[in-house]
Design a protein around this ligand. Structure first.
Ligand code: BMA
Length: 327
């Protein structure tokens, strides 16, 4: 690590929107506990859809859609839950469904939603297809527990669909990528990005945050790292870049986190010190990224940044994986 990296002031790459938090439980049309960790996408008419994780007053989560013309305010929230756990047909959803990520897949002309289904056996990964966020075709569990933090890449790689996910293992929770011919059967599993060890901010447990951003340089990945401290966990965000045709190959990874809990609504809530993005939209300029994140498991906030600046930061501060040296 260079001296400069340790002593210069960090210029923020992601800027909090002044209207933050942009959605809270107070706006909800029916009684809930909290709303956070939303998947995001642009709809065909240019409006923004957030598929929000809503925790009810039993502690179980479902998903609810909110739509806005500008992606910041005047949200039209479905008057009833949009996707509810259906444990009769899908027993793995018995304790709720959480943390959706949305990928629009041009080949299918559908949105693929991957989400955590909380089963008696632990959290697993489920997948559903939709054209309109009103009707869903559920595929059920595609990755058995413990596994979460998934998103599908928007197109096939060498003829196979590619899914990033985060299985939990006693030696650490790392990001993996798996391939499938049909979105149902998954194999060819590859370790994609490892949690570091020891004192690092992203030691022991990392996971994909929003779906990867496709750039001319590769798949730009914003991931979360979890630091365990005596007063609880700290969720922060880091950056890495992966090969466009071989997405398990890490090209660059930043050493320091780029965004962490600082604002009051991120520091204090049902779970303190959590920033947890599950979705982004890209602005018309093709560079501005609108990152939607759950704050302290209580509200949804927005931060904006430039893809070019994120890539420039990685060029200046990232290195290719140094597995043996750094851990
Ligand atoms: C993670 C996920 C997120 C949650 C975070 C902090 O493990 O379950 O849904 O926001 O913990 O509680």
């Amino acid at each position: 690590m260079s001296v400069a990296a340790t002593t210069t002031r960090f210029e923020p790459l992601l800027h909090r929107h002044p209207a933050n938090p942009i959605l809270t439980g107070k706006e909800w049309p029916y009684p809930i506990n909290s709303v956070f960790n939303a998947g995001a996408t642009l709809l065909a008419d240019g409006s923004t859809l957030l598929l929000c994780r809503v925790e009810d007053r039993r502690g179980l989560s479902h998903l609810c859609a909110a739509r806005s013309q500008n992606g910041v305010d005047r949200w039209e929230i479905d008057s009833q839950p949009t996707l509810v756990p259906n444990p009769k047909e899908f027993p793995e959803e018995i304790w709720g469904i959480e943390d959706p990520r949305i990928t629009f897949v041009p080949e299918l002309q559908q949105y693929v939603v991957t989400y955590t289904s909380y089963s008696r056996g632990g959290p697993g990964v489920s997948l559903a297809l939709t054209r309109d966020f009103r009707k869903f075709e559920r595929y059920g569990v595609i990755m058995s527990p413990d596994d979460k933090d998934t998103a599908l890449l928007p197109r096939r790689i060498d003829g196979f669909w590619a899914l990033i996910h985060r299985p939990m293992a006693p030696l650490g929770s790392h990001m993996w990528i798996s391939y499938s011919p049909d979105l149902r059967h998954w194999g060819n599993h590859k370790l994609m990005l490892e949690a570091r060890r020891g004192a690092w901010w992203d030691a022991n447990k990392i996971g994909l945050s929003p779906p990867p951003i496709e750039t001319s340089r590769g798949w730009l990945v914003i991931y979360h790292g979890v630091r365990h401290t005596p007063s609880g966990c700290l969720y922060r965000l880091g950056l890495a870049l992966f090969d466009i045709e071989k997405p398990e190959k890490c090209l660059l990874r930043g050493d320091s986190w780029i965004f962490g809990p600082e604002a009051e609504y991120e520091r204090h809530g049902d779970v303190h010190d959590v920033v947890f993005p599950c979705g982004y939209t890209m602005a018309g300029d093709g560079d501005t990224v609108n990152l939607y994140y759950g704050a302290a498991d209580c509200s949804i906030a927005l931060a904006q940044g430039s893809v070019q600046s994120l890539l420039d930061w990685l060029d200046a501060n990232g290195s290719c994986e140094r597995r043996r040296e750094s851990r």
